[in-house]
Design a binder for this molecule. Structure first.
Ligand code: OGA
Ligand code: MN
Length: 279
């Protein structure tokens, strides 16, 4: 009998409100038979961990395609992206990776952000270097009725230039202008998904609640980041070589935790094309 007929997802929860460990074999994952079920589990749990699955690049690409549409980093190419601070491996990355140390959603400059990222560990950091995740569906759902009603009406200006100040408090004007050229994007604070569920849209690119004074705007954004990233809604993944983790980029935030910038931490990433605009 084919793998198709028999295979079901085998999984266990990591924490009540975030994360599942998926225990299926490589063969079962690559067969595509449980792609749909895994997609549903990803939306429900936010983060899926495949402990020491040890995919090759080709296998990671093939597995990514069982879950949706592969989102290439560059036009046309179905490739792995190397996430590392090693300038020889990824010369453009060092600057961009500094921002990934703060809670964020990937692709807030786009109206349709990527659906999910798949990150696998080739070389763990010598110290630090976990990836932290938090469930922004669960964080929204646990708010009071009054908070939900207030936040649902608000919109937030997102920009990459504002996040520069997290890691470089005194940038040159030229650098600031270069970042500003990337643009801004106004997004709802509460994302009303086609499924009917709602999640919070936050992160280090969120710099100003529109039409609200600066102090109140900061209070809302800092307060909600603190709320969403509290222990109950979050999970910090400590990497082993060969681990693969997928996060639902539409219902979580994530960040790299600090690590030795000189160690050769090396992660391989693939992405799934977004299917739903922020709205
Ligand atoms: C990313 C990212 C975090 C990490 O790849 O988008 O934020 O731990 N990575 O490397
Ligand atoms: Mn990221």
């Amino acid at each position: 009998m084919s793998v198709d007929v028999l295979t079901r997802v085998s999984q266990e929860a990591i924490k009540p409100k975030i994360g599942s460990r998926v225990l299926n074999t490589k063969e079962e994952l690559l067969s595509g038979a449980i792609g749909k079920e895994l997609r549903a589990l990803l939306e429900e749990r936010g983060v899926l961990v495949f402990p020491e699955i040890k995919f090759t690049d080709e296998e990671q690409i093939a597995f990514t395609k069982t879950l949706g549409t592969f989102a290439p980093e560059h036009r046309g190419g179905e490739e792995i992206t190397k996430i590392t601070l090693d300038a020889k491996e990824n010369p453009a990355a060092a600057e961009y990776l500094k921002g990934s140390l703060y809670w964020h959603i990937d692709g807030t400059m786009n109206d349709v952000p990527i659906l999910a990222s798949l990150l696998s560990c080739r070389v763990p950091a010598t110290w630090g270097g976990n990836t932290g995740f938090c469930n922004t569906y669960a964080a929204y759902e646990a708010l009071s009725a009054e908070q939900k009603a207030e936040y649902e009406t608000l919109r937030v200006a997102h920009s990459v230039w504002a996040s520069v100040f997290y890691y470089e408090p005194e940038p040159s004007l030229a650098k600031l202008k270069g970042m500003q050229a990337i643009g801004e994007n106004e997004l709802p604070l509460v994302w009303k998904h086609a499924s009917g569920r709602k999640s919070l849209v936050l992160g280090c690119t969120a710099h100003r609640v529109v039409n609200v004074d600066a102090a109140w705007s900061a209070e809302i954004l800092v307060g909600l980041r603190e709320w969403a990233t509290q222990e109950e809604f979050s999970y910090s993944h400590e990497w082993k070589v060969g681990d693969l983790v997928i996060w639902d980029n539409t219902g979580t935030m994530h960040r790299a935790e600090a690590y030795d910038p000189k160690c050769n931490r090396m992660m391989h990433r693939t992405k799934l094309q977004g299917e739903e605009p922020f709205e």
